[in-house]
Design a protein around this ligand. Structure first.
Ligand code: UDX
Length: 452
């Protein structure tokens, strides 16, 4: 029998997951408390931008494989497996994650399961610190349903590894499937779902690894912490490279990455990592360990190095134009990475705050973030003038800093900067330009390279 799936939460991971299941002919019902979003989803319109999502959502709604409801009870009742994919927001004060939505989802599912007949599996897909799935989700499911975990109701934790911009691809072609199981039956049910979903993809290219729940929870943190560490590592090495004229960090990174034990990905030096996951996850696991008396020395340095990576762009700017007071800085790109309008923990925000502190005026342009950028800079209390094109943002600027490597910026030639800027100075914070060409034609600084 093919299982029917309910997805609790229609944020970026929830909706993408639901749409991908529906695309593989799995009856899927997703639930959100946001009425406006539910209405949009049922019309086939994604409430946020993600590559390829619109086409797949339209198809999922047209085939009837996906429906969205604002009624969680209805979603759980019409499924055999419920995936909890709710937000676990970051608490800025103590750097822990907020598990309120998770707890509420478990309570709501448990309450429905009290009346529902037959076996029901609940899978935690949100990123949660070790112990959460068992102690918060499992406990509430059992308490509210009055049923025993491992008998009529099952529990698993299956971390997701979706990156924004490529999350549909990541869902259809994962590297591995991690199943943290409360008991064997729970793991078997989830494994069966994925065997149906992936068919031949499962095997050597995508093994299924089964383990206890807490190990699976830690896999997700380990994964993101390792990737963040790789980037902070290369950013530290980039600063060492800058001490030796003629050494280019790109070439060094590529060479290091060719070692089969390392691999070349996530060794791109620049203004550092941001986004909805790395900052939240690295800080949350540091707080989790700290709470238990363990100081995460390495991970704390990974965070510190990343904070400095953003500010380093301003050090390079000052090497070009001196004091920032009364100078106009143009930020090319505002999103935390290309392909998204997400401004969460975007390095551009730290750069803007610090530049303004030092007396600069900031203008910014990003091909996709106009609305989200307005909100983000407003939250920060940062005064920035948002522009509508490269030409506009460069006008009257004393220095341009590349914060996001959009394709639109990669094709720019030095003459565009020379034509439009007050004083053609460029800091390449994402390593997108040819260093030889740019150094020859402009006042140019780049992360990880100093001219001889
Ligand atoms: C990440 C993980 O990749 C994904 O597996 C997890 O589920 C969620 O977090 P995401 O935040 O969407 O995904 O973006 P990602 O592409 O990983 O980039 C994160 C940040 O690292 C971006 O700010 C990016 O600019 C930066 N980065 C990435 C670098 O600075 N250098 C690199 O070489 C790669």
């Amino acid at each position: 029998m093919k299982y029917r799936v309910s997805v609790i939460g229609t944020g970026f991971v929830g909706l993408v997951t639901a749409v991908c299941f529906a695309d593989r002919n799995i009856k899927t019902i997703c639930s959100t408390k946001n009425e406006k979003n539910a209405e949009l989803i049922n019309k086939g319109i994604p409430p946020f931008f993600e590559n390829r999502l619109e086409d797949l959502l339209k198809k999922a709604i047209e085939t009837g494989n996906l429906v969205c409801t604002t009624n969680r009870e209805e979603a759980v009742l019409n499924s055999e497996i419920s995936l909890i994919i709710v937000g676990t927001p970051f608490n800025h004060i103590d750097k822990t994650i907020n598990l309120d939505y998770m707890e509420q989802a478990a309570k709501d599912i448990g309450t429905v399961l009290k009346e529902k007949n037959g076996y029901h599996l609940t899978a935690v897909r949100s990123t949660v610190v070790p112990g959460t799935s068992r102690n918060i989700v499992g406990r509430n499911l059992a308490e509210k349903s009055g049923k025993k975990l491992g008998e009529e109701i099952g529990l698993v934790m299956q971390p997701e590894f979706l990156a924004e911009g490529r999350s549909i691809e990541d869902t259809f072609r994962p590297d591995r499937i991690i199943i943290g199981e409360f008991d064997e039956r729970s793991g078997d049910v989830l494994q069966k779902l994925y065997e149906d979903f992936y068919g031949n993809h499962i095997g050597e290219d995508c093994p299924i690894l089964r383990m206890n729940i807490e190990s699976a929870e830690l896999v997700k943190y380990g994964n993101n912490c390792f990737l963040a560490t790789k980037i902070s590592f290369i950013n530290e090495l980039a600063k060492i490279a800058e001490l030796v004229p003629g050494v280019d960090i790109d070439l060094v990174a590529r060479s290091i990455g060719l070692d089969y034990r390392i691999n070349p990905r996530f060794l791109g030096a620049g203004v550092g990592w941001g986004g909805s996951c790395f900052p939240k996850d690295v800080n949350a696991i540091i707080a989790f360990a700290g709470d238990k008396g363990l100081e995460s020395q390495l991970l704390q340095s990974v965070v510190d190095v990343n904070d400095r990576a953003a500010l380093h762009a301003l050090e390079l700017t000052k090497e070009l134009i001196g004091d920032l007071k009364e100078k106009t800085i143009a930020l090319l790109g505002l999103a935390f990475k290309p392909g998204t309008d997400d401004m969460r923990y975007a390095p551009s925000r730290r750069i803007a705050i610090e530049a303004i502190n030092q007396g600069a005026k900031i203008q910014g342009y990003d091909p996709r973030t106009k609305e989200s950028a307005k909100i983000a800079f407003h939250q920060d209390g940062t005064e920035i003038t948002l522009k509508d094109s490269v030409e506009e943002v460069l006008k009257n600027a004393d220095c341009a800093i590349v914060c996001t490597e959009w394709d639109e910026f990669k094709t720019l030639k030095p003459k565009t900067f020379i034509q439009h800027m007050n004083n053609p100075c460029v800091v390449d914070g994402r390593r997108i330009y040819d260093t030889t060409e740019y150094s020859k034609e402009l006042n140019y600084k780049v992360v990880g390279y100093t001219t001889e």
